[in-house]
Design a binder for this molecule. Structure first.
Ligand SMILES: [Zn+2]
Length: 128
């Protein structure tokens, strides 16, 4: 059996990808997205980086609309609410199309092999 696959608990830099809740966020143009929220922040919807300091978006209870963090993802450099800004009259799939396009460029120009594998595990083999 493949005993080399044993995880090294001492390595310390393996992100906690197990601990998350899924939150459905509704955007002003009517699109919904399911984002992973972790105890310390959230997961990047573009590259699946699991350790954002804040969720990329949170649902505002009063307006019922998504509020961006305006933070940069340290992995793919997406600034939420700016790089993936969607007009209120955009088509319902506009945001996921933008995320796919940002992901495609990131995979093409700057992702490492480990980062690519993480994105494929999260979003499927056809991530590009
Ligand atoms: Zn990212």
């Amino acid at each position: 059996m493949a005993s080399e696959q044993t995880e090294d608990p001492e390595s310390g830099d393996t992100p906690q990808t197990e601990l998350f809740e899924e939150e459905t966020v509704v955007f002003a143009h009517g699109e919904t997205a399911v984002l992973r929220i972790t105890p310390t922040g959230g997961e990047c919807p573009v590259c699946a980086y699991p350790s954002l300091n804040k969720p990329a978006y949170v649902q505002d209870a009063e307006s019922g609309k998504a509020i961006p963090s305006f933070e940069y993802c340290p992995c793919c450099d997406t600034q939420f609410g700016w790089d993936d800004k969607v007009a209120p009259d955009a088509p319902k799939n506009a945001l996921h199309r933008i995320w796919s396009e940002l992901r495609r460029k990131w995979l093409q120009f700057s992702a490492t092999e480990d980062q690519r594998q993480r994105a494929e595990t999260r979003f499927g083999k056809n991530v590009e």
